[in-house]
Write a protein that binds this ligand. Structure first.
Ligand SMILES: [Zn+2]
Length: 157
């Protein structure tokens, strides 16, 4: 079995175990240079944290272990198709690649697909199901938030 298949089998095994413990059937692991950096399972039922997806849990642990918010060179192996939140988190963290074993089509008959959210997010803001408003407010008599941040960054160099 190749490495990719091996790590995906591990992600599925984690998902199985989580499911048997009353959790949702999702597991993930993060690998760097052939070594497992972290693993995660879906903990949203146990923690009431809607962001505690397997990938997010694994990302949080990997970042802590590597002492960096940058996960460049890491590959995520997920049992299921990552949702938009996890996909975005991986992109923001600089994760280099992701592989998953169960597609949204595989999950759809069981209510485990996030395809509808991907479709909604691809629409212009005005057409999405969640109300999204840009309200250009600025604090009077205060330096601009972003310009002030940039200035403080430059001063640290
Ligand atoms: Zn997710």
């Amino acid at each position: 079995m190749d490495n990719e298949s091996h790590f995906l089998c591990e992600a599925i095994a984690l998902a199985h175990k989580n499911s048997q413990n009353g959790g949702r059937p999702f597991g993930a692991l993060i690998v760097k240079n052939g070594e497992i950096v972290s693993t995660g399972v879906n903990e949203i039922i146990a923690t009431n944290d809607p962001t505690a997806h397997a990938e997010m849990t694994a990302i949080r642990l990997a970042s802590r272990k590597l002492k960096s918010p940058n996960l460049q060179g890491c590959t995520v192996y997920a049992s299921g198709h990552p949702c938009p939140m996890c996909m975005a988190a991986m992109r923001l963290a600089g994760v280099s690649a992701v592989s998953y074993a169960y597609s949204n089509d595989d999950g759809a008959p069981f209510g485990l697909s996030t395809a509808a959210i991907y479709e909604d997010l691809a629409k212009p803001f005005a057409e999405q199901s969640m109300t999204i408003r840009y309200v250009r407010i600025r604090l009077e008599g205060q330096p601009d938030l972003y310009a002030d941040w940039k200035r403080s960054q430059d001063e640290r160099l």
